[in-house]
Design a protein around this ligand. Structure first.
Ligand SMILES: [Zn+2]
Length: 453
């Protein structure tokens, strides 16, 4: 098998791994690069392989950094099959469509709006449009977890990764060897997702290392959120939570439900302003069979929030100015409806802004989390007078110890370990840590480097 690490090599976005095995050309994930401009610009580079030659794309899960370039691949000639689980296909449709719309509207805003042109200076054309997304959806074939798929001399099985709805790890058998691609690995004790599947025997393990040198905070997120709501009760303000539409907002609603049960005096109306979050939340409810909690419980969690439907709902919320919690995407404030809420909430010192996840370099979320008091937005300068909080307890990725425990739990192997999907320093630290613990050969993925195994 020849393996070429294309994206997510000493970085956490742009996941793409190119395999050549049994005369087949296979791509694992086709994600978008995200973050600072020089990284995002890489999305416009030609693919390092011919998209028309790729017969199969195995998709681990539907986060944009794993599926966001699939329509671009299609636009550039891909005609193969995309294999994934049923819910990854459903989520990928929502996410790729949303990405196409955002790219198209950002480009139009730039062309039409002088203020945006002045602030951004440059805006590239959309990588793809909604028609490309519709076209590539025809290439999808979905499979159940734990079902062996035979593709000539290769067998593929999707295993539960416990990261988001539909997320899988890939177990590939070929030439009496087992190759295991972890995809993004979830937590061992997530309230909604099951823990990741543990394979019995692995020869070559390709593992993500996003949190390979860190341990997640041990604090109870319910208590952390309660502290913020108590402070807000005193200041009579509003709480804005920029949140990711997939998995994070659903988990957040579970924590807020628990919080209101424990501290009913802190109960506040919750409004969610994000059409994509509404679609994803409905899908979580519809597909609750894949989760740890039953449908009724999930329905209870989600019932504490009201989804804003129309612009008039937003205007009414703005007029009333009563204390409330507003949840909106995106989680790193890199776009979406959350920006219009930020524009009013940030200006008032009575209010609170709660960041609930990793804030990538170059994002507005990162600037705010670092305490910058006047930030630059698309529509100009914005003073941050609201109190900013950053919760580090809601991650959907396994941390250093969870990764180690997961590898340890594999009965036989691995003999070779390949470290992917982590920032340079993190991967290096994880290598040092893991080399002391395991007797296997570890290799750090290098961008565009091909290895033969
Ligand atoms: Zn992910």
């Amino acid at each position: 098998m020849k393996v070429q690490f294309i994206g997510a090599a000493q970085t956490v976005t742009g996941s793409k791994t190119y395999l050549q095995v049994d005369n087949k050309k296979i791509l694992i994930d086709c994600g978008m690069y995200q973050g600072i401009k020089s990284i995002v610009d890489k999305n416009y580079n030609p693919f390092s392989f011919d998209p028309a030659q790729v017969q199969f794309l195995f998709l681990t899960h539907a986060h944009l950094d794993h599926c966001g370039m699939i329509p671009r691949l299609y636009k550039q000639g891909f005609k193969g099959k995309i294999l994934c689980t049923k819910n990854t296909r459903k989520l990928a449709e929502i996410i790729m469509m949303d990405s196409a719309r955002i790219q198209q509207s950002s480009f139009l805003d730039f062309k039409r709006d002088k203020k945006v042109r002045k602030s951004l200076k440059k805006q590239r054309e959309a990588l793809y449009d909604e028609n490309d997304v519709r076209g590539v959806l025809e290439c999808f074939e979905t499979y159940d977890f734990d079902h062996k798929i035979s593709l000539g001399k290769i067998d593929l099985t999707f295993r539960k990764a416990g990261h988001i709805l539909g997320a899988s790890s890939l177990e590939i058998h070929s030439n009496n060897m087992t190759y295991y691609f972890s995809g993004d690995l979830g937590r061992m004790n997530d309230p909604l997702e099951y823990a990741p599947y543990i394979p019995k025997k692995v020869d070559h393990l390709f593992i993500e290392t996003t949190y390979g040198d860190r341990l997640h905070d041990k604090e109870d997120p319910v208590e952390e959120l309660a502290k913020i709501l108590k402070a807000n009760q005193k200041s009579h303000g509003r709480v804005l939570i920029p949140s990711f539409a997939v998995a994070r907002t659903q988990l957040l609603l579970r924590h807020l439900y628990m919080l209101f049960e424990k501290y009913p005096e802190l109960k506040l109306p919750i409004y969610i302003d994000s059409p994509m979050t509404k679609k994803v939340t409905d899908l979580y409810l519809q597909e609750s069979g894949e989760l740890r909690v039953d449908k009724n419980t999930l329905q209870d969690y989600f019932s504490i929030a009201k989804f804003l439907k129309w612009q008039s709902d937003y205007k009414k919320l703005e007029r009333d100015q009563h204390p409330c919690i507003i949840i909106s995407a995106s989680g790193m404030l890199s776009g979406g409806k959350v920006l219009q809420h930020l524009n009013t909430i940030a200006r008032n010192e009575r209010n609170h802004i709660v960041l609930v996840g990793f804030q990538g370099e170059g994002t507005l979320g990162r600037d705010i989390s670092q305490g910058i008091d006047i930030v630059k937005t698309k529509s100009g300068k914005l003073p941050i007078r609201a109190k900013v909080h950053h919760l580090h307890t809601l991650s959907a990725h396994a941390d250093k110890l969870e990764l180690e425990t997961w590898i340890k739990s594999i009965e036989s192997g691995p003999t070779n370990l390949y470290l992917m999907h982590g920032e340079k320093e993190t991967v290096e630290n994880f290598k040092t840590y893991i080399d002391e613990k395991f007797n296997c050969k570890t290799t750090i993925a290098v961008e565009n480097k091909e290895i033969e195994i």
